[in-house]
Design a protein around this ligand. Structure first.
Ligand code: 13P
Ligand code: SF4
Length: 327
């Protein structure tokens, strides 16, 4: 028996979680959640992870339904990797500024203007851009994958100029960068990090490579969400200035209850003085329940598009395995 919409809006988080768990079992569904999701969504997810780990989970998933609690490009990736499953996204408006920054036709023209380059795209892009790419990467494997490409091979890197610039600086490459940014990470300022550092001189600065170059210059550690979590856990330090989306603090605090965290906020045109990704936060428990009940909104793409987009993602997963980045 399903819960009607009126009653749904009166339920507290515990009741909603119970209703979702029952529905998930009934429909043989799995919930994949990104570290940037709301705490209550992370709590109810069967797997939480970064983009790389979640695409691996999606690929080997045997459930009938995958509910992807993340953003649109992540749910698309899950569908591409496991097309016989029904993939749901609780809110179809959960997009990404990086994916939006790279329109297909403009990018196609850019690629055609540089026929001697291969295209490596960050996973934060649409299925259409993936279909135009030779290799996909995530923040968790980008450096090693780029290292593995012969030095003489020219590369276009899209759509994140900050991640691309960072990879250029650590690998000595000169990849041609598409001009896209993450609206959350790019708006974090090095000046604010320095203010926090003055107040907490013994804190380590950890930053996601989607942050701008000035901020990355003052970071002690740069890495993907998963790499940051590993660093906090294994290093001997007790205080951290965190330059990434705030959702990750749940996992940081859960695994390191005795450590202290100070967040860098993004000050930008969004009139937001926080480090929340408004897209990531669109998914709520109520929407999660409704999407499982209605089996909608569903991610749907043409076979052709999925087949084209799958090649560079599978190549990434194969290379990541052979380079020992994933199992
Ligand atoms: P990762 O989880 O791969 O570090 O990506 C961060 C991000 O911005 C996802 O949108
Ligand atoms: Fe996109 Fe940035 Fe939000 Fe990640 S945090 S989904 S890159 S806008």
């Amino acid at each position: 028996m399903y819960i009607c919409i009126e009653l749904l809006s009166t339920m507290d988080k515990r009741e909603l979680k119970e209703a979702i768990t029952a529905l998930k079992k009934e429909k043989n569904a799995v919930i994949l959640g990104h570290y940037y999701q709301r705490e209550e969504i992370q709590d109810i997810s069967d797997y939480i992870g970064d983009s790389l780990a979640l695409s691996r989970e999606a690929q080997r998933c045997e459930n009938d339904i995958i509910v992807f609690c993340g953003v649109h490009f992540m749910a698309e990736t899950a569908k591409i990797l496991n097309p016989s499953r029904k993939v749901l996204l609780p809110d179809m408006e959960a997009g990404c500024s990086l994916a939006d920054s790279c329109p297909t036709e403009k990018f196609r023209a850019f690629k055609e203007a540089h026929p001697d380059h291969i295209v490596v795209s960050y996973i934060n892009c649409t299925a259409e851009i993936k279909a135009l790419s030779d290799l996909i990467c995530t923040s968790g494997n980008a450096e090693k994958l780029i290292h593995a490409i012969p030095e003489e091979q020219k590369i276009i890197f899209a759509p994140d100029k900050n991640l691309g610039g960072y990879i250029n600086s650590v690998t000595g490459r000169n990849m041609l960068l598409w001009d896209g940014v993450c609206m959350v990470h790019d708006a974090m300022r090095a000046e604010q990090v320095m203010q926090l550092k003055a107040a907490h001189p013994d804190a380590r600065v950890i930053a996601h490579p989607e942050c701008n170059a000035a901020l990355l210059q003052v970071a002690d550690f740069i890495g993907s969400t998963k790499a940051m979590l590993n660093y906090i856990h294994s290093c001997g330090y007790g205080k951290f200035i965190v330059a990434t989306e705030t959702g990750i603090l749940c996992e940081m605090k859960k695994n390191n209850p005795d450590k202290e965290f100070f967040t860098v906020s993004a000050t930008d045109s969004r009139n937001c003085n926080c480090a929340d990704c408004s897209y990531m936060k669109l998914n709520t428990l109520e929407k999660l329940y409704r999407c499982l009940k209605d089996e909608s909104p569903e991610i749907v793409m043409s076979e052709d598009l999925m087949n084209q987009a799958r090649k560079p993602i599978e190549k990434m997963l194969q290379m990541s395995k052979s380079l020992g980045i994933i199992k």
